[in-house]
Each structure stands twice: as structure tokens, then as C-alpha cells.
Design a binder for this molecule. Structure first.
Ligand code: NAI
Length: 399
């Protein structure tokens, strides 16, 4: 079928199989260009492995360290006349490339918050790998059904203390306008957001993996967090999602305790703000990212998800000597984003930005391009008016 982008707000309803394969290939090429990671991981489980930081982590482990990878995610398979989701096609492309390179790669599609998927994953590790030496936790989801209580929690992106008004951009039309976001209605909003995006599910995974004996001695586990600039504090770090990130970061000592007897260690890595399916849903953030891209590209320090994850693995998680941490014990690969010169310039541009000067002062074009790339669109090498085979299978998933 002919597949073209069908956009509704911050979501693209269609994905292109050849375009997403191209996107995955670019990421693989980047990792290969950086050479092998010394003493990198060998058997890796990535939870949230199909898009964004999780996909980039899986690609880095496989092609930067020849690791066998198991990826868990929640994606819609392709069917005749109905394209699959980008994460489905990404994984098909990843597995094909990994297998061609002689690497083990299998995937599990289902709800990672459930005990059933945890059990399936454990069984697969036991059967094929025995144990894993790295667990990456990179889920981003709007909801979670709690495996014990059965309660369906929905996360919200709201300020906590008071309504927040600031600029935002519709990145399709390029209109910059003010947006007001009402604060939480009750503590329930905070509780629900923590239940979805906090650390409990990460803990459940590590606990169950350990009890099943599938974590190798000296295992590492890492989850991803964000801080960002003061201008997004009310909606991000001081908002409901920030509370969930506090909870995630607070899970590190709990996991370290749990992993002590097998010499394991857990980390949270604070990553850079980037265009992913999740971040495009947060108000205000896309405008900030457009300005950040402009400034970081001008300074020659821009990175995408793959550059971030390659640096995380090579210079932090598997660095020679100790992994460098901040005063709160977190890995920081948002270090270039948070540089004072970068933030001063972004803050200046933030005050000046309007619909009229958006193209000139921001990298909105780069934002849009990255957004369409996530779904396999905007690649010069692909003719989007041509028929493509939408029914692409993930080699390791039986349907
Ligand atoms: P993403 O939306 O690209 O990826 C989310 C992944 O989670 C996908 O693989 C998806 O299939 C999977 N997933 C969602 N619900 C699931 C479920 N119920 N069961 C199984 N898999 C499920 O998101 P992104 O942006 O890569 O986020 C990953 C982590 O990185 C999040 O913790 C996020 O807060 C964090 N982060 C993101 C930043 C950004 O700017 N995008 C910046 C810093 C941290």
C-alpha cells in the first residue's frame, strides 16, 4: 500500500516500514562508527525497546558491544491494509540487521507492567541466555494496570501548586501561543502519575528477575529521567511527572540493596530533551526543544537519542574506572543541554520567540524533521508515493 503521514496533533497515525528501517540503519551506523565499547554488556534485556531511548539502548548494546538482546515493548503489528506502529517496524528492522550480523535478538510484544509478560521474559532468558548482565528500563506510558490491585492508573501532565501559563508551539502550523494548564485536582493525580511513571514497576521487574535467578553477578540496571531548565519546571520537574521521576530516582538505593548480594548496581541516567513520541505530548516542551536544538547545533554539541545512548554506554556505564555521578548519585548525559552558555541562550530566545520569528530563531524545521523521522517519513531516499509492503513481520515473534 501507499503509506503517507496521517497526523493528529502530536501523534502520527501511520508509519512507513522502509523509512523506519532507514532510521534504524542510521542509528546502527552511528554506533558502528564509534567503535566497540570496552567491556560492554553481553546479554541485555531492554524494557521499552521499540522506540526512543530504549531502541537506541538496544542498538548500542548490540552493535557497540555485540550483545545478545531481548526487547520488550507494546506495539501494534502490521496487518494487510493497516500499517503497524513505528516501534513494530523498528523492531523488525533491528532484528533483521542484528541477525544478519550474527547477533541474538528476540522480542516480546505485550504489557510490560503485567506479571504475565515478566514471566514470559524470564522464561525466554532462562531458555536462551541463562542470565542477563544489563537491564535497561525505558518505558514511557500514559497508563498502567497495577498487577496486584488491578487498578488502572492514568498519568497526567499537570502543575501541582497553581495554574501555569507560558508559551507553546503547534509544531505543524508553527503558531506560538500562550497555554494555561490547570493544576492537579487532587493528590490522586500525583499518586496515579507516580504509579505509572515512578519506580515501582522497575522494582517489580528487578525483584522477579532476581528471584528467578536470571540476573548475572555484577548485573547493572539503568532507568531514564529528566530534569530540564527552570522554564519547564512547573510542567515537568515540579509537576506530576517530576514527582514520578523523584520516585524513580528514589528507587535506586532500594534496588542497590536488592542487588547487593550478587554485586549488582542500579542507576538513573538523566538524559537530554529530545523529540520522541512521548516528549511531543508534553505542552511547552516542543518549543523548548526547538530552541535547544538551534543553540546546540550552532555550538556543534547537538545529539539525538542514539548519540546520547552511545555516550551513556561508552563514557558512563562502561567507562574505565568508576561511573561518574552527580551529587544525587545520578548519571548525567544531559550535561551539554544544561551547560550554562546553552541555557543562557535558550532563555534569551525564549523571551523573544513569536510565531513571526519562529523559523529564524528556532530549529522548528529540525524538530518537525525528527518528528516525522520517528514514523519513517521525510527520508530523501524513499519515494512515499510508491507502494510498499506494509505486512512486515518481526522475525522472533510468532503470530
Ligand atoms: P518512547 O515513547 O519513545 O518509548 C517508550 C517505550 O515504552 C516504547 O518501546 C513502548 O513500546 C514502550 N511501552 C509503553 N508502554 C508499554 C507497556 N505497557 N508495555 C511494554 N512496553 C511499553 O519514549 P522515550 O522518550 O524514549 O522515553 C523513555 C524514557 O526516557 C522515559 O522514562 C522518559 O521519561 C525518559 N526520558 C525521555 C526524554 C525525552 O526527551 N524524550 C528525556 C529524558 C528522559
Amino acid at each position: 500500500m501507499i503509506i503517507q503521514p496521517r497526523v493528529r496533533g502530536f501523534i502520527c497515525l501511520t508509519s512507513h516500514p522502509e523509512g523506519t528501517a532507514q532510521h534504524v540503519k542510521q542509528q546502527i551506523d552511528h554506533v558502528k562508527s564509534k567503535g566497540k565499547i570496552n567491556n560492554g554488556p553481553k546479554k541485555v534485556l531492554v524494557i521499552g525497546a521499540s522506540t526512543g531511548f530504549g531502541l537506541a539502548s538496544r542498538i548500542t548494546a548490540a552493535f557497540g558491544s555485540d550483545a545478545a538482546t531481548i526487547g520488550v515493548f507494546f506495539e501494534k503489528p502490521a496487518a494487510p491494509g493497516k500499517p503497524g506502529t513505528a516501534g513494530w517496524y523498528n523492531t523488525a528492522a533491528f532484528e533483521n540487521q542484528a541477525h544478519a550480523a550474527g547477533l541474538y535478538a528476540k522480542s516480546i510484544n505485550g504489557d510490560a507492567f503485567s506479571d504475565e509478560i515478566k514471566k514470559q521474559t524470564i522464561d525466554l532468558i532462562k531458555e536462551d541466555l541463562g542470565q542477563v548482565d544489563l537491564v535497561v528500563y525505558s518505558l514511557a506510558s500514559p497508563r498502567r494496570t497495577h498487577p496486584i490491585t488491578g487498578v488502572a492508573h492514568t498519568s497526567v501532565l499537570k502543575p501541582i501548586e497553581q495554574a501555569f501559563t507560558d508559551k507553546t508551539v503547534d509544531f505543524h502550523s508553527g503558531v506560538v501561543s500562550d497555554i494555561s494548564i490547570q493544576p492537579i485536582e487532587s493528590e490522586e493525580d500525583i499518586h496515579n502519575t507516580i504509579a505509572v511513571m515512578g519506580g515501582e514497576d522497575w522494582k517489580f521487574w528487578i525483584k522477579q528477575l532476581k528471584e528467578a535467578g536470571v540476573l548475572a553477578d555484577g548485573v547493572k540496571t539503568v532507568a531514564y529521567s529528566y530534569i530540564g531548565p527552570e522554564l519547564t519546571y512547573p510542567i515537568y520537574r515540579n509537576g506530576t511527572i517530576g514527582r514520578a521521576k523523584d520516585d524513580l530516582e528514589g528507587t535506586v538505593p532500594v534496588l542497590n540493596d536488592l542487588l547487593k548480594d550478587i554485586g549488582g548496581i542500579s542507576y538513573v541516567s538523566v538524559n537530554k530533551a529530545l523529540v520522541t513520541q512521548s516528549s511531543s505530548a508534553i505542552p511547552v516542551v516542543p518549543l523548548y526543544i526547538s530552541l535547544l536544538y538551534k543553540v546546540m547545533k550552532e555550538k556543534g554539541i547537538h545529539e539525538g537519542t542514539i548519540e546520547q545512548m552511545q555516550r551513556l554506554f561508552a563514557d558512563r556505564l562502561y567507562a574505565n574506572g568508576e561511573t561518574p555521578l552527580d551529587e544525587k548519585g545520578r548519571i548525567r548525559v544531559d550535561d551539554w543541554e544544561m551547560r550554562k552558555d546553552v541555557q543562557t541562550e535558550v532563555a534569551k530566545l525564549w523571551n523573544e520567540i513569536t510565531t513571526e520569528n519562529l523559523d529564524q530563531l528556532s530549529d522548528i524545521a529540525g524538530y518537525r524533521n525528527d518528528f516525522f523521522n520517528l514514523f519513517g517519513f521525510n527520508f530523501d531516499t524513499i519515494d512515499y508515493n510508491k507502494d510498499t509492503n506494509e505486512v512486515v513481520k518481526i522475525p522472533s515473534i510468532k503470530e
